[in-house]
Every structure is written in C-alpha cells, then in structure tokens.
Design a binder for this molecule. Structure first.
Ligand SMILES: [Cu+2]
Length: 321
C-alpha cells in the first residue's frame, strides 16, 4: 500500500500512538527520504537498519498467516499455487471470486463519489512530518493522485463485497484492500498480508495487518502484494511484445497504429513531432516520430487496449504473432 493511504489510516485513528508513527513513517517512505530531517534521524536509523538487512522480515501471526513487514511494492512474494492445499486454493478462490465481483459491479466514478480518498496530507499534526512525507514522495517519483479509496463503513476482516479500500491505479479499479484489527483471519497459504512497522518494537501496539487482492482471473497474479509481479504481468508482457514489433511496421501501418493509440489514449498521449530533415542520414524523422509516439503510448494503454493494438498489428502479417 502506498504512503498516502497509510496516512489516511492514521487519520482514521486506526493507529494513533506517536511512537508508532515515528517508526512507521520512515519505513513506508523507504528510509532514504527521512535522513535530512533532524527530528526524523533516530527513526531513519531504525529504518535504515531494516533496509540494509537483505532478507525481508516475514513472521507468522497468531492466526497462522505469514505476514511481510514491507511495502507491497517492494515485496517479491509470488504465491505457490501448485503447492497449496485444496482447502487453501478453495479459500483463496472464494475471496478472489468475491473481489472480482466487487470490481465488476463498482465503477471508479461511483467509488470516488461515495468513498474517501487516501490523500494523506490532512491529518498529520506532527511537526516536520508533512514535509518529510512530501519529500519522500517526490524522491520516489510517486504520483500525488491517491491509489486507495476508503470505504466509509469502518470494516475489518475479509468481506469480499465490502472491502476496506478500493485500489485505483491510473483511473482503473485494480483491486481492493482488507485489513485486520490487528490481525487478519486465517487466509490460507496463498494471500500474503503485510504490515508497515516492526512488530515487537512498539509492544503496546499490535501491527495492523493488510492484504491487497487484485482483480484478475488468475490466483497467482491476484495475490502478489506487488502488483508489478502480479496483475501487471500480462500488461508488461504485451508492452515487451509490441515494442520491438513497432520497427516492422510499414509507413502506412505506422500511421494507422498511431491514429489508433491516439484515440485510445486521448489527451494523456503527447504528440511527438519529427526532428531533423528527411534528407539526413539515418531513419526518416517522420517515421521515427510515429514509432516514438507509439512506444510512449504503451506505458499509458491498459491491458485490454494493448491487446487491441497488438491484434491490429498482427493483422498486417508483417509482424510475428
Ligand atoms: Cu499497506
């Protein structure tokens, strides 16, 4: 889960102790951001010592869940579906079916109108904290648009039809988040929860466990905490397939594909103008500009749109498919 949403959790009073904040925030901001703020130094040191130890801290909670103390984006966990028991597969499939149904039956527009964004900036009253967050976020190149939208019903546990938060990336509903207060019910061996501060460092506060479930038909892709390893894999594979094949398009095909990606991307895709003269040695600048623009569009297009573009390119017969 991203930093903004955690600040929102804090604001909701799920975690209120200042001691927890001091430990939790630098870890979420992954160490590097906090070091120049004098007030943050002791906490930054604690975070740095975690970051430098190469292994990810994984522990078993009292319900038998394996829990990672890491930001989902940093997780390398991929579930072993083949190695899971039938009961664990059934349990995970049941959660996933409910989550996919949630994604099918909810629109981004509706969620944004009825749920609260995890913008994170509002509730922080600790001196120096807000600036530190901002800096950390810019250093990580994170977008300021929130990815977590919180259900106004204050729920904990696993209710696939009523998650704690909806995960919206680039305007698309990608999945949901559940949490447990403090621990999640037994999930089986497939879903991997995470926490954001060190269990045991703040003895009076139990870690708040969370789990992300992404909307996709595949159990494996749905239950990686890091969506780059999971739900984004088909998208990345399509990008990697299309990118080199752009070189094989004839000029009229380039024009056609560029028109297509411009339509699909709308204002999110900036036009690329040719540079240099067509008589210069090297590739024709007009064609090069079209190729560049098409390549840029690959980072904007969603999986289904990429599939449409690839289908078009394959129809020319000049690209291997
Ligand atoms: Cu999280």
């Amino acid at each position: 889960m991203s930093l903004p949403s955690h600040m929102s959790l804090l604001r909701r009073g799920v975690i209120v102790s200042a001691a927890v904040l001091a430990v939790a925030v630098p870890i979420v901001a992954s160490g590097a951001s906090a070091s120049s703020t004098p007030a943050a130094k002791p906490a930054a040191k604690a975070a740095a010592s975690t970051a430098t130890s190469k292994h990810v801290h994984v522990f078993t909670d009292r319900n038998g869940n394996r829990v990672e103390m890491i930001d989902p984006g940093q997780s390398h966990y991929i579930p072993n579906i083949a190695g899971a028991s039938d009961a664990d597969v059934a349990k995970a499939q049941n959660i996933l079916d409910g989550v996919n149904n949630f994604c099918r039956t909810h629109t981004v527009k509706w969620i944004k109108a009825h749920w609260r964004s995890g913008d994170g900036m509002g509730g922080m009253h600790m001196k120096g904290m807000a600036g530190m967050q901002m800096k950390g976020m810019h250093m990580k190149g994170m977008s300021m648009s929130p990815t977590h939208w919180f259900n106004p019903q204050k729920l904990t546990g696993i209710h696939p039809g009523r998650p704690v938060a909806a995960l919206i990336y680039k305007g698309v509903l990608d999945g949901v988040m559940f949490n447990g207060s403090p621990v999640l019910p037994r999930l089986g061996s497939i879903p991997r929860p995470h926490v954001h501060h060190m269990a045991g460092m703040t003895m009076r506060e139990a870690p708040l466990e969370m789990v992300h479930v992404y909307c996709t038909p595949t159990l494996k892709h749905s239950f990686t905490p890091n969506r780059q390893l999971g739900v984004m894999v088909p998208t990345q594979n399509l990008r990697n397939t299309i990118r080199p094949a752009v070189m094989l398009l004839k000029p009229w095909q380039l024009k056609e594909v560029r028109r297509m990606v411009r339509n699909l991307c709308g204002s999110r895709l900036n036009p690329v103008a040719p540079t240099g003269s067509p008589s210069d040695p090297g590739p024709d600048p007009r064609l090069e500009a079209m190729r560049t623009e098409i390549r840029h569009s690959l980072m904007i297009l969603r999986e289904g749109q990429l599939r449409t573009v690839w289908h078009k390119m394959k129809s020319y017969g000049s690209v291997p498919g």
